[in-house]
Design a binder for this molecule. Structure first.
Ligand SMILES: [Fe+2]
Ligand SMILES: [Fe+2]
Length: 201
């Protein structure tokens, strides 16, 4: 079981991604680092929960290996490293996260599941949209299954958090799904890996 997305990646985002592949890869490297650091932050926040810390430790290591793979591709393609401001997506999702426990833990796990689900969906769409000879297409195809697994892992942690605290899971997932779909289908002035519809064609 995993969370389901309400919207497919818009065609205009994919067209832009194919034109801005270097920027896309630079931001993708950032996303992998951020995925690892988010998992580490959760390990600190829920340090007493050994099952959670074990599973997120493995996830953090895997995300760092993904980062190394993207970084190697950036080097191979001669793309200069650059500092990029983050897009609106992760912050937009985190706005929905409750401040108080136990709702906060459930929300953080749901949030993680949606971000992984979107990465997974974008990897599949990019692998199909980029020219077959582009090494980025092969990398996106290769990373797809890991992100699907991460989606399931965060969803399992969300199920567990909901069960323990007697919280409603499905309704909360629907709320996150609506916000996520809006971030993906509305106009977004900044092009990034998880951005919405590009402001200009
Ligand atoms: Fe990853
Ligand atoms: Fe991931």
């Amino acid at each position: 079981m995993s969370v389901g997305l309400l919207a497919k990646t818009p065609a205009r985002w994919l067209e832009r991604a194919c034109c801005e592949r270097d920027l896309l890869l630079t931001d993708h490297a950032n996303c992998e680092k951020k995925a690892a650091s988010t998992a580490l932050a959760l390990m600190f926040a829920y340090a007493e929960d050994l099952e959670l810390t074990d599973r997120l430790s493995r996830l953090a290591r895997e995300e760092l290996r993904h980062y190394e793979r993207v970084a190697q591709l950036l080097r191979d393609l001669g793309i200069r490293p650059a500092r990029l401001s983050p897009g609106r997506y992760a912050d937009g999702m985190r706005k929905l996260v409750a401040r108080a426990e136990p709702q906060r833990e459930l929300d953080l796990m749901i949030c993680g599941a949606f971000i992984e689900a979107r990465s997974c969906e974008r990897f599949a769409a990019l692998a199909a949209a980029l020219p077959a000879h582009d090494p980025a297409a092969a990398m996106f195809a290769a990373l797809h299954d890991a992100e699907a697994r991460h989606n399931r892992l965060y969803f399992q942690l969300a199920q567990r958090a909901a069960r323990r605290a007697g919280l409603e899971l499905d309704e909360r997932c629907s709320e996150f799904a609506a916000v996520e779909a809006d971030l993906i289908t509305s106009t977004d002035p900044v092009f990034r890996f998880h951005s919405g519809v590009p402001a200009s064609a």
